[in-house]
Design a protein around this ligand. Structure first.
Ligand code: PHB
Length: 391
């Protein structure tokens, strides 16, 4: 009896579908599954939240859809832990079967994501991690970055510091891909400009016991110090540098992560610091003004570089999807559209290099109150060399 009712219902449904007009016959496209793999705990937790905020803001501005598809978000906290990265990314690829991966902050974790994306062909947009390899030897037609390579801000700062005439520079950073590559980019430009890195200091990620290294810097008395730290570690480093009596004595320069999203906590200890980055707080661009207003309204917070990178990851996804009418399996059309695109970022428009890394202006910024004020462009349309990328 029950079976007959069911059969009857099914055949009525089928008849209805056949007789209905084309609009109602078309099933709604299923939601596009986006896997956000970001740090929600640890020293980079605030960065992960800002990226998600930026990503969601752009999607919301488009009415919740990109390329005609509603967006469904799946989230994993990667804890910035490379040893868990492969398991974590597989939760999104295999368990949740996402169409697109967006992540992450930490370079070591991002390399594991890039490997999994390359092996499975899953689309990946990296909204922060600068690992040079992702748009170098690991580059792939389905991997894109909305942020920077570690080489970029480092190289730009090397030019600035060389021009200032500093000859003898000590570097200090976390011992992992991001720190190593940031220092490498800095050194390349500094040495081209006639300066020298005389000592490279480091400590394991995410340690923040800086005291012994600061004592070493005080004893070495270099002309300047260059550093890469970010998030909670950057807050503590800037405070410790001042507490050690080095602020105002030995000029401190950094990749802009040193003072981005951190100024509230760093207070006067960050005053006047010079950094290089692909974003700044008072660019005055109409696109940026609109973004900042929209972000402040949505989250009651000022955006930072991480929020911009998350926002632009969503913009890039939207550009790729629009070109393939929402069909994320059409990887060639998706990639072609992004390779040709001029992305209308709050940072200023940028294009992608052959290896899919942003070609972008790197600003020289100075801390003034609670802002990283742009005081000029350190390096115009700087392109990562993409060494080792064959595509
Ligand atoms: C990285 O690991 O690539 C990284 C982390 C935090 C930043 C920038 C780069 O702010």
């Amino acid at each position: 009896m029950k079976l007959r009712v069911l059969t009857l219902t099914a055949s009525i449904a089928a008849a209805l579908a056949m007789s209905a007009g084309p609009a109602s016959a078309q099933p709604a496209a299923p939601k596009l599954k986006v896997g956000l793999m970001l740090p929600y705990t640890g020293t980079f937790a605030a960065l992960g939240t800002a990226i998600e905020n930026g990503f969601r803001l752009y999607v919301a501005e488009q009415g919740g859809k990109l390329g005609g598809r509603e967006i469904e978000v799946f989230k994993v906290d990667d804890e910035s832990d490379p040893s868990k990265a492969t398991d974590n990314v597989n939760k999104l690829i295999k368990r949740d079967q996402v169409d697109v991966l967006v992540g992450t902050v930490h370079s070591g974790v991002a390399m594991a994501m890039a490997k999994a994306a390359k092996e499975t062909g899953t689309l990946l947009i990296v909204p922060n991690a600068g690992a040079d390899a992702v748009t170098g030897p690991m580059c792939a037609p389905n991997i894109f970055r909305s942020s920077f390579s570690n080489w970029q801000p480092g190289y730009a700062m090397g030019e600035v510091v060389a021009k200032k005439g500093h000859k003898n520079v000590v570097t200090i950073t976390w011992k992992y891909a991001a720190g190593d590559e940031s220092v490498k980019g800095f050194k390349e430009a500094l040495e081209k400009g006639g300066g020298k890195v005389t000592k490279e200091l480091s400590l394991p990620f995410p340690n923040v016991e800086f005291q012994a290294l600061l004592t070493e810097i005080a004893a070495a008395k270099p002309d300047a110090v260059y550093t890469f730290f970010a998030g909670g570690g950057a807050v503590k480093f800037v405070k410790d540098y001042a507490a050690a009596g080095l602020k105002g004595k030995i000029p401190l320069y950094g990749a802009g992560f040193l003072t981005d999203g951190t100024l509230e906590a760093q207070g006067a200890d960050a005053a006047d610091l010079l950094t290089t980055l692909h974003y700044a707080d008072s660019l005055g661009l109409p696109r940026d003004n609109a973004f900042r207003l929209s972000y402040a309204k949505a989250y009651k917070l000022q955006p930072d570089v991480y929020a911009v990178q998350g926002y632009d990851a969503a913009q890039m996804l939207g550009i790729g999807l629009a070109a393939v009418k929402g069909d994320a399996t059409k990887k060639d059309g998706f990639a072609d559209a992004l390779r040709k695109a001029k992305i209308d970022s709050p940072r200023g428009p940028f294009t992608l290099s052959k290896a899919h890394n942003p070609v972008q202006d790197i600003y020289l910024r100075q801390v003034s109150g609670k802002e990283n004020k742009s005081i000029g462009v350190a390096s115009k349309a700087l392109a990562d060399p993409g060494r080792g990328c064959r595509m």
